[in-house]
Each structure stands twice: as C-alpha cells, then as structure tokens.
Write a protein that binds this ligand. Structure first.
Ligand code: CP
Ligand code: NVA
Length: 314
C-alpha cells in the first residue's frame, strides 16, 4: 500500500511522532538522508501561488538527492485538458512523489487513489498538513514536547489552518482551542474528528467565539490571514467580523508567561496580528518558516520508506 499525506490524521499519533523525530535528525544532519538519490524527480504542482511551500519543497527535495519539477498555476494540462486520474497515472510512471497545492480536497483524494507513488497535500481549501508538521517541530524545539501544551488559534476558525491545527494538534496530544466569529467556526465533522483523535492522546478540543476563553494560559498563540487564497472580501464584512480576533499585546498578556506567537505566513500586519507581536520577542515565525524544509523532508522520506516496506511485505 502506497502511503499518502492528504490530511493531518493520515498519520497516527505514533507515526506523527516518528516523522517529527526524523525531522529533528534531518535538521541536525542535513544531507545524511538520500531517498531520492539518482536523482529521482518529484512533481511539485501549484494551482495557487506560494513562496514558502515552493522554496521549502524544492530545497528539501534537492537535499534528499532528488530533482524537483515545479509546475506553476495554469502550466500543465491538469484540471482543464486532462483529468486528475489520468494525470496521476502518467506522473506515477515518471516521478517518485507528487506534491500538490490545490483547491478541493476531493482532487487530492482522486490523485492519491490513482497514484502508485506518495501524494502530499501542499495546501488545499480544507487542510495544510505540511505546515502543521513544521509548526509541531518548532513547538518541540521550544518546549521539548507537544503533549499537554495548549494552543490557541484566533481568527478564521473554519479555514484550512484551523482544521489542520485541530487534527494535527490533537494527534500531537495538544489541547487546541480555536476562537472565531459566528459563521466562521469549524465544521462539525472536523470537530468530531479532532475530538476522536484527542480522546486517543488525552488532549482537549474547544471551539468558541470568546477570545479570552480560548487564549487563557495558552502556551502557543497562533493566527492566519482572514482572507485565504480563493476568497475575497469586496464589502469589507470579513474584516469587520474578524477584527475582535486580532492577536495583539492585550491578547498575548492573557496567554501563559512563556507563550510564543506563531503564524504560517504570509502575514498582514495590522489585520490578524499587530506588528509589535509578530516582530516581537515571543514570535517564532522565521524559525517556523525555516522548519518547513526539515518537516517536509521528513514526511517525504517517511512516506517513501513506508510505501517501500509495505510493497516488500505484500
Ligand atoms: N505558509 C505557506 O504555505 O506559505 P506559502 O503560501 O508562501 O507557500
Ligand atoms: N489560509 C491561508 C494559508 C496560506 C498559507 C490560505 O489558504 O491562503
């Protein structure tokens, strides 16, 4: 069975811990792992724009001995002249892994169903699991663990980052509190899945409209843009709705004394976060961005190893 990483719960708690251990080892010894030696090619396809994901995958694939093939929005037949299924079968003949940033999660599922190589979600409308691995690595570096810590996410609590924090954070044994306005809280199936995972790891999940309730004593305060790729705010209504959920010094004061600030970036200073917080001493956003390389090298290597092991045992 080929293993894929389409959403955070594709990894069990033990598997996620293994991937994070691997990421720490890879960061300490950057060129020691060569699963793409050859070089083997890796497809990195973007239906939406990117800075961090593009550079971190290209860098990580090169570190692993491979050769990235970057496809920018609109540059291939995928989606308009050729189906996802046909594209998946073709790419499986050529590349060692398929990394794809797209809109609908169902597209990633179709890609994986038809692929004989690992497929990795590089952000969809629903999830951003690679970002969460990088964030968990950063949290481990800072606190030495993830279990028992509390993360408070403020803002668009129905977007891809919120969903992935709920699922990936629960998998890591973290208490995940998300706060956003009515109409922008997580879907019930996401909360159910997060609570199911949290029950296995001893974590708790909370979704609320109340900022203070979410952030009280938190170890990590995190936010994301109020307008994700593919969304717009022509009337300014979203900005009005989300304004009370801005992360500023008053919010950080309500968190724990050692609390850090995280943001997947790109950030909009003066909107979801103030400049004094993101550029202040509690912020770990640059370390977090750099950790994309190491976390993604780990998940690529782990998926390659697991898929090969499963093929041998068949
Ligand atoms: N955080 C993140 O995924 O950034 P990019 O959109 O620049 O890839
Ligand atoms: N929620 C954001 C994350 C960007 C990395 C978006 O989807 O645009």
């Amino acid at each position: 069975m080929t293993r894929h990483f389409l959403l955070d719960t594709d990894l069990t708690p033990a598997e996620q811990a293994d991937v994070l251990d691997l990421a720490i080892a890879m960061k300490a010894d950057r060129w020691a792992h060569r699963p793409y030696e050859g070089p083997k090619s890796v497809a990195v396809i973007f239906d939406k724009t990117s800075t961090r994901t593009r550079f971190s995958f290209a860098t990580g694939i090169a570190d692993l001995g491979g050769s990235p093939i970057i496809v920018n929005p609109g540059e291939s037949q995928l989606g308009h002249k050729e189906s996802v299924a046909d594209t998946s079968k073709v790419l499986s003949q050529m590349v060692a892994t398929i990394v794809w940033r797209t809109f609908e999660q169902s597209g990633l599922e179709e890609m994986a169903e038809n692929a004989t190589v690992p497929v990795i979600n590089a952000l969809s409308d629903d999830y951003h699991p690679c970002q969460i691995l990088a964030d968990l690595l950063t949290i481990r570096e800072r606190f030495g663990r993830t279990e028992g810590l509390t993360m408070a996410y403020l803002g668009d609590a129905a977007n891809n980052m919120s969903n992935s924090y709920l699922l990936g954070g629960a998998t890591a044994g973290m208490n995940v509190h998300v706060a956003g306005p009515e109409g922008h809280l997580p879907a019930s199936d996401i909360l159910d899945a997060a609570r199911e995972r949290a029950a296995q790891t001893g974590a708790t999940i909370r979704a609320t409209t109340n900022v203070s309730e979410a952030v009280a004593g938190a170890d990590i305060v995190v936010t994301d843009t109020w307008i994700s790729m593919g969304q717009s705010d022509p009337t300014g209504q979203r900005e009005k709705d989300f304004a009370p959920y801005q992360v500023n010094e008053d919010v950080m004061k309500q968190a724990g004394p050692e609390a850090i600030f995280m943001h997947c970036l790109p950030a909009y200073r003066g909107k979801e976060v103030t400049a004094d917080v993101i550029d202040g001493e509690r912020s770990v956003v640059w370390q977090e961005a750099g950790n994309r390389v190491h976390a993604q090298k780990a998940i690529m290597t782990w998926l390659m190893n697991e898929s090969a092991r499963n093929a041998r045992e068949r």
